[in-house]
Ligand binder design. Structure first.
Ligand code: X5A
Ligand code: ZN
Length: 653
């Protein structure tokens, strides 16, 4: 148990920010170098690095706020407290990490877990992180402190009862909440609000209090229909708790990255704050990850220190300001230091730092907030009223396609995405103008988009225009920026071979998907459903079909490309060369309007023939979508449609 430094105990008499006549708030801080010893076994770089808590501490010292706080030494959690939310096995596993003699033994354990590294000091850090949050929470509940901030690592909110994951070993905040409720009835804490503003969903905390009405868990996080870490449905707004805990779990799942102060404050003003008023917590525990901060390499959002300070200030109105912050994620050292300082200044009761949030929330933010309110209004009357039109009309239009069906589940993807995001963060205005200008131009041109795969079924195709998810799809689409439906729909046949190949997709799961050979072959007739849409919308379909996470300041297929395709018949798109449908083929014209389809390249066809890329029949759900399209489009009876698909799927190329 190491001491972080001298406890300054009493506050100076003439601190700045002190409100005359009112004594300054007593703010506890925990920091302990020992928690820096948890690190990657081989010294490899990792975003969850020891410097994270160091830079926060240094920032607070440099700003002179540590002297105004009560600095506490860290303390180790007790096994019996950890076991209030974790299994015995899990506690034993984490404890045993330090007794392992060799890195390879720890590496073997870590490799079984999702996003976890371990070294000889990991157990000690985990015990100190959990124990320190318990300690601060206890002192705040007792009234010895007004509020506090435990600057700890490893973080906790992903850790589940029996599983370490997402850089988290013990669920620090959950242990503290359970300790107050179950071990300290004498302190009179009966209702706890846990606010989790880390950019990731607090899956562990959610599960631990799923059926517990004493804990209201609120998490706001990037979700993107279940593709953002920790991926899946747990972070959905439909997850409201169960049994006596029904209604006491609230998720605000962002549909997109780039959310900033305006989006978070909208979630505060129209969900969290009204519910907190009704719930009236005895104490607030804050899972304070700073990975939604502007500049964070994993989060892709842009909350400013000012934004954090306002969010915190609004929470201070409850529980007589009894609030315990615990660090969770946050991976840009500069951002987490500045954000932490802004928060501690609020805890101290200083005037909030200067700043402004001029931007409006995204359109998608209002959609999410409205959905959350609707889902939860049965439990919280303050959410019943519809939001005024005037309010929700104040919005920043959703940026053009950021990601379609790609997953951000892997770090690689995340980094790739972030490279693009960070550019956007800085030069947002330029990008927005650039992207609006090509859109305006291409919105004036109509084309026929000829579909031969699942898009033949209209409800599925409309997902690419209006966003959402049709039956059989495992994943939703973001849609086009122009959500107007196709102006006309007609069917035609074209002399191109239809076939099925590749292993699986995120949208449909295991099984091949449809392609047509870009080369004409008069021995085959392929049925296609033609949608008359704008060239802007066609680009948005191309982005989504090719899993391109671009907020494109340039189109994939512009007027020059259209000219080329009309002359040459087909054009493979450089920018979509990794996509599966990066080849645009002109099938002819109807009047003035060109008929375009998208498929694989000729070189991919060679690879299908050689077996380098597998030919594979479609999965049931995918095949059914095609069959439905053909039947509802009046092309075939169901039997005929089945035979048509079977035939295309079974004949060699
Ligand atoms: C605490 C936290 C993030 C895990 C991301 C794993 N974890 N890819 O922010
Ligand atoms: Zn996080």
């Amino acid at each position: 148990m190491a001491m972080a430094g001298e406890s300054s105990g009493k506050n100076c008499g003439d601190c700045d920010g002190k409100i005359a006549g009112k004594s300054q708030r007593k703010v506890g801080l925990v920091y302990d170098e020992t928690m820096c010893k948890h690190d990657t076994p081989d010294g490899e770089d990792h975003p969850e690095c020891p410097d994270r808590i160091r830079v926060i501490w240094e920032k607070l010292q440099l700003a002179g706020v540590t002297q105004r706080c009560v600095v506490l030494g860290s303390s180790k959690a007790q096994d019996k407290h950890l076991q209030l939310v974790h299994t015995k096995d899990h506690v034993n596993l984490v404890r045993s990490i330090s007794t392992k003699q060799k890195d390879y033994q720890r590496n073997r354990i870590a490799s079984q877990l999702n996003s976890i590294y371990l070294n000889g000091s990991s157990s000690e850090a985990a015990y100190l992180a959990a124990g320190s949050v318990v300690e601060v929470a206890e002192k705040v509940a007792e009234g010895e402190l007004d509020c506090g901030y435990a600057i700890v690592r490893p973080p906790g909110h992903h850790a589940e009862a029996d599983e370490a994951m997402g850089f988290c070993l013990f669920n620090n905040v959950a242990v503290a909440a359970s300790y107050l409720l179950n071990e300290r009835p004498d302190l009179g804490v009966k209702k706890i609000l846990i606010v989790d503003w880390d950019v990731h969903h607090g899956n562990g905390t959610q599960k631990m209090f799923w059926k517990d009405p004493r804990v209201l868990f609120f998490s706001v996080h990037r979700h993107e229909y279940g593709s953002f870490y920790p991926a899946g449905d747990d972070g959905d707004y439909n997850m409201v708790g169960e049994g006596p805990g029904e209604g006491f779990n609230i998720n605000v799942p962002w549909e997109q990255g780039r959310c900033g102060d305006a989006d978070y404050l909208a979630a505060w003003d129209h969900v969290l704050i009204p519910v907190a008023k009704e719930f009236s917590p005895d104490i607030i525990l804050l899972s304070a990850g700073f990975d939604a901060a502007i500049g964070d390499p994993l989060g892709g959002c842009r909350v400013t220190p000012y934004g954090y300070s306002i969010m915190l200030k609004k929470l201070m109105e409850f529980a007589r300001g009894k609030i315990v912050m615990a660090l969770e994620g946050g991976y840009n050292l500069d951002s987490i230091a500045k954000s932490s300082l802004a928060c501690v200044q609020v805890l101290l009761g200083d005037k909030p730092i200067q700043g402004s949030s001029e931007a409006y929330p995204f359109e998608s933010t209002w959609r999410v907030i409205q959905a959350v309110r609707k889902r939860l209004c049965a439990y919280w009357p303050s959410l019943v009223d519809e939001l005024p039109r005037k309010l929700i009309n104040q919005k920043t239009p959703t940026p053009s396609i950021l990601i379609s069906s790609s997953d951000s589940e892997t770090e690689d993807d995340t980094h790739r995405l972030l490279d693009q995001m960070s550019k956007l963060n800085i030069e947002n205005h330029q990008v927005d103008t650039a992207s609006t200008s090509w859109r305006a131009e291409l919105a004036k041109v109509d084309i026929w988009y000829a579909s031969y795969g699942s898009n033949m079924w209209k409800p599925r195709f409309l997902c690419y225009i209006q966003g959402g998810q049709a039956e059989g799809m495992k994943k939703a689409c973001v849609g086009s920026m122009d959500k107007s439906p196709p102006k006309e729909i007609v069917w035609e046949t074209f002399p191109h071979r239809l076939f099925f190949g590749r292993e699986s997709t995120v949208t449909w799961g295991v099984g091949g998907v449809a392609f047509t050979n870009p080369l004409t072959n008069l021995n085959y007739l392929t049925h296609m459903c033609l949608y008359r849409i704008t060239l802007e919308q066609f680009n948005d379909v191309l982005f989504q079909e090719n899993v391109l996470n671009v907020d494109s300041d340039s189109p994939l297929f512009d007027l020059a490309a259209l000219q080329l395709v009309e002359n040459k018949g087909s054009l493979s798109l450089e920018a979509a060369s990794d996509g599966w449908y990066g080849n645009v083929v002109c099938l002819g014209k109807e009047g003035d309007v060109p008929i375009l389809t998208m498929t694989c390249t000729r070189s991919a066809v060679e690879k299908f023939i050689s077996g380098e890329i597998p030919l594979r029949p479609p999965a049931k759900a995918y095949a059914n979508t095609l069959i439905r399209g053909l039947v509802e489009g009046g092309r075939f009876s169901e039997k005929e449609a089945e035979a048509y698909i079977d035939n295309a799927a079974s004949k060699p190329l």
